[in-house]
Design a protein around this ligand. Structure first.
Ligand code: HEC
Length: 154
C-alpha cells in the first residue's frame, strides 16, 4: 500500500522485496513467488491501531495540524497526501536518496529515521530546528507540543 518499498524506494512491492531478500541477500534458495505474495498479504493487512494519540484533545490536534501545514515549518511539503508522503527521495540525515516515509501510525514505531537515531518524536522535532528537515526553530514549547500531538494522532 505504501509501494514502492524500502528506505530508498527501490523495490516495487513487498513481494519483490521478500524474493530479493530470500534469494539474494540471505544466500538461500529463495521463496517461490506465491509464498512471497503470501508474506506481502500478511504484512499489508490493515491493523486496528490503538495508541494514546488517537484519544488526544481534538482542539490541540487541530492546532498541531495548522503548524504542520505552515509553509515556514514545511512538513506538509514532503509529508503530503492521505499517507503523509510524497514518495519522493531526498538527501537527509546523511542518507543519499531516502524516501519520505508515511507518518500514519508513527506514534508506535520509535525509534525514528533510517538509522533509528531519534529515540522519540520530540528528539526528531528538536533536530529539525537546524533546518535539516523542515524548520521548527520558530516554534515555542507549546507549539512543539501541539505539533507532536498532531503527528501522534495520525
Ligand atoms: C524535504 C522533505 C521533507 C520535509 C520538508 C520534512 N520531512 Fe520528514 N522525512 C522526510 C524524509 C526523506 C524522511 C526519512 C529520513 C531518514 O530516515 O533519515 C523523513 C522522516 C520523518 C519522520 C520519521 C519517520 C520514521 O518512521 O522514522 C518524521 C516523524 C518526520 N519526517 C516528520 C516531519 C516533520 C514534523 C516535518 C516538519 C518539521 C518534516 N518531517 C519535514 C522528508 C521530509
Amino acid at each position: 500500500m505504501r509501494a514502492p518499498v524500502r528506505w530508498e524506494g527501490d523495490m516495487p512491492t513487498v513481494a519483490d522485496d521478500a524474493l530479493a531478500t530470500s534469494q539474494g541477500l540471505m544466500g538461500g534458495n529463495g521463496l517461490v513467488r506465491t509464498d512471497a505474495q503470501r508474506i506481502e498479504a500478511y504484512i499489508d493487512f490493515v491493523r486496528a491501531v490503538d495508541h494514546p494519540g488517537l484519544h488526544a484533545d481534538p482542539t490541540q490536534v487541530a492546532r498541531g495540524k495548522a503548524i504542520f501545514e505552515r509553509s515556514d515549518v514545511g512538513c506538509a511539503g514532503c509529508h503530503s497526501g492521505p499517507l503523509y508522503t510524497d514518495k519522493a527521495l531526498y538527501n537527509m540525515f546523511g542518507f543519499q536518496g531516502v524516501k519520505t516515509p508515511s507518518l500514519l501510525g508513527v506514534a508506535t514505531t520509535a525509534p525514528y529515521l533510517h538509522d533509528g537515531s531519534s529515540a522519540t518524536l520530540r528528539d526528531l522535532l528538536l533536530r529539525s530546528r537546524g533546518g535539516s528537515m523542515g524548520d521548527t526553530s520558530s516554534l515555542s514549547e507549546a507549539e512543539l507540543e501541539d505539533l507532536e500531538v498532531f503527528i501522534k494522532s495520525l
